[in-house]
Design a protein around this ligand. Structure first.
Ligand code: SF4
Length: 100
């Protein structure tokens, strides 16, 4: 019997773009582009304090980021994009014959 379980994000060891400490549930991570005007609003909205001004750009501490995407939503010049964290095989309990 095949159970119709929802796919959940999983990743094979070494397949994640970043290796967070205990935050394996993060699905996406923010990337700050050159369109950033250093208004620093994102640093005010980030609930984890993961965004900091580093010289003339905003950098993300991947050990703190939980991937909520609030920074990308609040960024007015849309300089922050959320990128998929996983580049490996997705899902667990694939049905037999399922060739994802
Ligand atoms: S995705 Fe969430 S936790 Fe990560 S830097 Fe943006 S606001 Fe902070």
């Amino acid at each position: 019997m095949v159970k119709n379980l929802p796919l959940v994000p999983t990743a094979q060891a070494g397949s994640m773009a970043h290796s967070p400490a205990g935050l394996s549930w993060r699905e996406e991570y923010p990337v700050v582009s050159d369109a950033c005007n250093l208004c620093l609003e994102c640093t005010l909205f980030c609930p984890e304090g993961a965004l900091v001004q580093d010289r003339q750009k905003v950098s993300v501490n991947m050990q703190l980021c939980k991937g909520c995407g609030i920074c990308a939503t609040e960024c007015k010049p849309k300089a922050i994009s959320m990128i998929s964290e996983f580049n490996g095989e997705r899902g667990i309990f694939p049905a037999k014959g399922d060739k994802r």
